[in-house]
Design a protein around this ligand. Structure first.
Ligand code: SAM
Ligand code: SF4
Ligand code: SF4
Length: 376
């Protein structure tokens, strides 16, 4: 009822159904979206990855992966709680031995399903399931535009051609998918190639140069993998030059200063993450607060996650900052860089990284009352 009232009172014809629902769920702390990390096992070995494990490593650690019976129980609980969107990720989710069973179970329950995948393990059986029960989207991470780049990043050069063939198969079967590129030093020169491939397939392309540091990939490792903002901007200019559809700069929005306490993204407000060990977390990028769904009900875990989200203080300096759309807003990324919740990370804060440009933007804002468009 609370959710219904919030939706009813906040409907604005300018916003899509999904936007209204997300807004209302965040306000009511209604769990709308859950990402499930089926297993850490992956066939690739990207150097910046926070999760990857080989089957051999799992065996050597004496661990096992959670099978269908566990994930079925989780899906049943999420269904009872009224969750609408369920995402599957990994490692490589399509390598999970029970992937088809889990996927079809979730689809038959009526969840909107999205997948995050490296796109290299699309068997005929999986494609049949996707045709029978189309997901809302598969976000395929493409790591480069050649066998050489796939060898350099993923350790598997031969998978590049397989990946390309799989994208064609998805396209031919009319399965909704988009391409996402995690940009690092090893593939920054391939971005235009992948972009052209997406234009050829007529699918959405997105990319990001944010590599979050974690236990395995320390800040030094990520710093060696990361491309600078300048290189990233040059690359975006190149894409704009190839085809400005979809990469046209638009006026940047300014987030208003708010009185909300706690974190401001949807983590712990309307979304959560359950990792391959059955731990519920606020999101993939913040691993400090975790509670076991093997020991508690999913609902009780969610209540604890909501409380934890409220206790994480907002970075005061970011509240109402006009540069918010130009920097990384993820509180987990800032926290892992600085070790505290109060200071923006010097690696992520636009003002600190580009003080002269920030001053120019502030002067423009003072004069015009709006921000200048992002430059290309
Ligand atoms: C962990 S992967 C799992 C799904 C699948 N194996 C894939 O590569 O798409 C999910 C996404 O996180 C990205 N990723 C991995 N490690 C990251 C890190 N440390 N910082 C930012 N993104 C990362 C991957 O490139 C991928 O787009
Ligand atoms: S493909 Fe995905 S899960 Fe596998 S190593 Fe790369 S980022 Fe990690
Ligand atoms: S520019 Fe710095 S202070 Fe402003 S929102 Fe980004 S991180 Fe926060």
């Amino acid at each position: 009822m609370a959710l219904y009232d919030t939706v009813k009172n906040s409907v604005d014809p300018k916003h899509s159904f999904d936007e209204v629902l997300t807004y209302a769920s965040r306000k009511s702390r209604y769990l709308l979206r859950v990402l499930l990390e089926l297993s850490p096992v992956c066939n690739f070995s990207c150097p910046f990855c926070y999760v990857r494990k080989s089957s051999q490593e799992i065996l050597e650690e004496g661990k096992s992966i959670l099978r269908f019976s566990y994930w079925k129980g989780v899906l049943d609980e999420l269904f009872e709680m009224g969750v609408l969107y369920v995402g599957f990720t990994g490692g490589e989710c399509m390598l999970h031995p029970d992937f088809i069973e889990i996927y079809e179970y979730a689809a038959k329950k009526g969840f909107f399903i999205y997948l995050i995948s490296n796109g290299s393990c699309l068997t005929e059986g999986i494609l049949d399931s996707l045709k029978k029960y189309p997901p809302t989207n598969i976000s395929v991470t493409v790591y480069g535009g050649s066998e050489e780049t796939y060898q350099r990043i993923c350790g598997k050069g031969e998978y590049y051609n397989r990946l390309k063939a799989n994208l064609q198969r998805l396209s031919k079967a009319h399965i909704p998918f988009s391409v996402q590129m995690t940009v690092s030093r090893d593939n920054v020169n391939d971005v235009s190639e992948v972009f052209k491939l997406c234009r050829h397939l007529d699918v959405r392309f997105g990319c990001a140069n944010t590599l979050i540091s974690c236990e395995r990939c320390t800040e030094e490792i990520q710093e060696a993998n990361r491309v600078s903002d300048e290189e990233y901007r040059d690359m975006m200019r190149l894409l704009h030059h190839i085809d400005n559809k979809g990469v046209t700069p638009s006026p940047m929005p300014v987030a208003p200063k708010t009185n909300l306490s706690g974190i401001t993204c949807s983590a712990g407000r309307s979304s959560a993450f359950i990792n391959h060990e059955g731990m519920m977390l606020l999101c993939v990028s913040y691993q400090e607060m975790r509670i076991s769904t093997l020991e508690h009900t999913v609902y009780d875990c969610w209540r604890e996650i909501v409380k934890a989200a409220d206790q994480i203080p907002r970075i005061e300096e970011c509240n109402g900052c006009i540069h918010g759309a130009r920097c990384v807003q993820c509180f987990g990324a800032h926290y892992y860089d600085t070790g505290n919740y109060t200071t923006p990370s010097p690696n992520l804060c636009f003002k600190r990284k580009h003080p002269e440009e920030a001053a120019r933007i502030e002067a423009y804002y003072a004069e015009h009352g709006v921000l200048p468009p992002a430059e290309f």
